[in-house]
Ligand binder design. Structure first.
Ligand code: 13P
Length: 252
């Protein structure tokens, strides 16, 4: 049985005041004792959020990280810096990074490896665009995105990592993949992984992201290969995020 995982990606939202209010409304997430819960604030707020949740079981991840160790990379933040702050890991390859900031599969694999080598958690995001889905390319696209990391770093690099399937057409659009649509992709991703290492494939947490909310979470979590959620918009609303956590706890 895989332990459910739920994370709230705040994207480029928040302020000191809004973050404090949100965290205070979330309260003590350790009541959800059978799941892992994380928040993913903008980098500039990591330190404050980490200090605020220090006594709780909530983990704190960055939204991205540099693939480089240190040096002349103006504007970038390294894995060592995240570690220095006490962050638990980072997302890599979010579709907004791939699409809006032209991140490549190779770069994403390097970021993944940099996190892994430092002992931090990497959350690899994969997902197809609407055009790719309509062209019947969904499985080819998500497999390529997964293999970009698996081929380079092997299945053991995924110990403690999380794989997030986030169809681009479902992000922030209110269009959720149906539980069956998401399940089909999750099962295929697990099969791709199993060709490398079946035992690790069975342990790998594959979570869904794309317009997850309190009202649709349980249906998604009922599916055998959906092990949690990476939540965007609904994670900014304490009641919604707590409802998603509750559904995950029930599915555990
Ligand atoms: P929404 O939940 O707002 O669709 O965003 C999903 C997402 O991109 C999480 O990383």
């Amino acid at each position: 049985m895989r332990r459910p995982w739920v994370a709230g990606n705040w994207k480029m939202n928040g302020s000191h005041r809004a973050n404090a209010e949100l965290l205070s409304s979330l309260g003590d997430v350790s009541i959800f004792s059978d799941i892992d819960v994380a928040v993913v604030p903008p980098t500039v707020y990591l330190q404050t959020v980490i200090a605020t949740v220090a006594q709780s079981s909530l983990s704190v991840l960055a939204q991205t990280v540099s693939e480089f160790e240190s040096g002349a990379y103006t504007g970038e933040v390294s894995v060592a810096m995240l570690q220095d702050l006490g962050a638990n890991g980072a997302l890599v390859g979010h579709s907004e990074r791939r699409q809006l900031f032209a991140e490549t599969d190779k770069q994403i694999a390097d970021k993944f490896a940099a996190l892994k080598n430092a002992g931090l958690q990497a959350v690899l995001c994969v997902g197809e665009t609407l055009a790719e889905r309509e062209a019947g390319e969904t499985l080819a696209v998500v497999s390529r995105q997964l293999l970009a990391v698996l081929d380079r770093h092997g299945p053991e690099a995924f110990d403690h990592a999380v794989l997030a399937y986030e169809p681009v057409w479902a992000i922030g659009t209110g269009l959720t993949a149906s539980p069956e649509q998401a399940q089909a992709v999750h099962a295929s991703l697990r099969a791709v992984f199993a060709a490398f290492d079946e035992a690790r494939a069975n342990q790998l947490r594959i979570v869904y992201g794309g317009s997850v909310k309190g009202s649709n979470a349980a249906g998604l979590f009922d599916m055998p290969d959906i092990d949690g959620a990476l939540v965007g918009g609904a994670s900014l609303l304490a009641d919604e995020f707590l409802a998603i956590c509750k559904a995950a706890q029930k599915s555990a």
